[in-house]
Design a protein around this ligand. Structure first.
Ligand SMILES: C[S@@+](CC[C@H](N)C(=O)[O-])C[C@H]1O[C@@H](n2cnc3c(N)ncnc32)[C@H](O)[C@@H]1O
Length: 207
């Protein structure tokens, strides 16, 4: 027996299992799924890639009702385990591929995705103790909060298909502006950002 207490939550109509090894699903992040779902019909064919997927709920809700495959990437073995269970519960076991590992290690050079969803940790390391209930791996964004965000941007630059869209979750404050500056001079174009108070920001990035 592991002693783990598995809970579940309604996430946009999906029943999502999670436990203390991953971030508790935040219902406001359904907005990232709904935005992706709204864009998907007009995007080129292909799989959806979800980076930093946790229990997989954001990606699963984004592709619900489509026949797109979902590829989920997360470093945490517990996230991979829960995503596999949640995909099966959503009736998508055959349409979800779970890759356990660092973003930089689990994507093949030639892979391209028309939609990328990313939810990296973005809390500055010095501030992580403000969130004692959250697993450190899920929130620790390094010294400036942007360490894993930069890893996501590298993956987006490499793996976002021509005509594709990435939706990146960031912290409140000026992280969206910082990311927009990092993208200057690249083929990636930062677009609309949607702010959700002190909970976070969603930034659209086009190629
Ligand atoms: C903010 S949590 C988001 C989880 C999930 N999307 C959610 O909303 O509950 C960030 C996730 O990124 C994963 N992670 C952190 N660094 C990573 C890396 N370098 N490569 C892949 N996953 C990483 C963590 O394990 C964690 O599950």
């Amino acid at each position: 027996m592991t002693g783990l207490q598995r809970e579940s939550i309604d996430f946009g109509g999906l029943e999502i299992a999670f436990d203390e090894r991953v971030l508790r699903p935040r219902t406001w992040t359904e907005n990232q799924s709904w935005w992706a779902a709204e864009l998907l019909p007009d995007l080129p064919p292909g799989d959806v890639l979800e980076l930093c997927s946790g229990a997989g709920q954001i990606g699963l809700l984004a592709v619900a009702g489509t026949d797109r495959r979902l590829v989920c990437v997360d470093l945490n073995p517990a996230a991979a385990e829960l995503t596999t269970a949640n995909a099966a519960a959503a009736g998508r076991a055959d349409l979800v591929e779970v890759r356990e590992g660092r973003i930089s290690d689990v994507l093949a050079p030639g892979e391209r995705f028309p939609m990328m969803i990313a939810d990296p940790p973005w809390v500055r390391r010095a501030d992580t103790q403000r969130f004692p209930e959250d697993p450190l791996l899920a929130i620790d964004g390094g010294d400036d909060g942007l360490t894993v965000v930069r890893e996501c941007l590298t993956a987006i630059a490499t793996h976002l298909a021509e005509g594709g869209v990435a939706l990146l979750q960031l912290g409140p404050g000026d992280q969206a502006e910082q990311v927009s500056r990092l993208l200057a001079g690249t083929p990636l174009v930062p677009g609309e950002s949607r702010a959700y108070g002190d909970r976070g920001v969603l930034l659209r990035i086009d190629r």
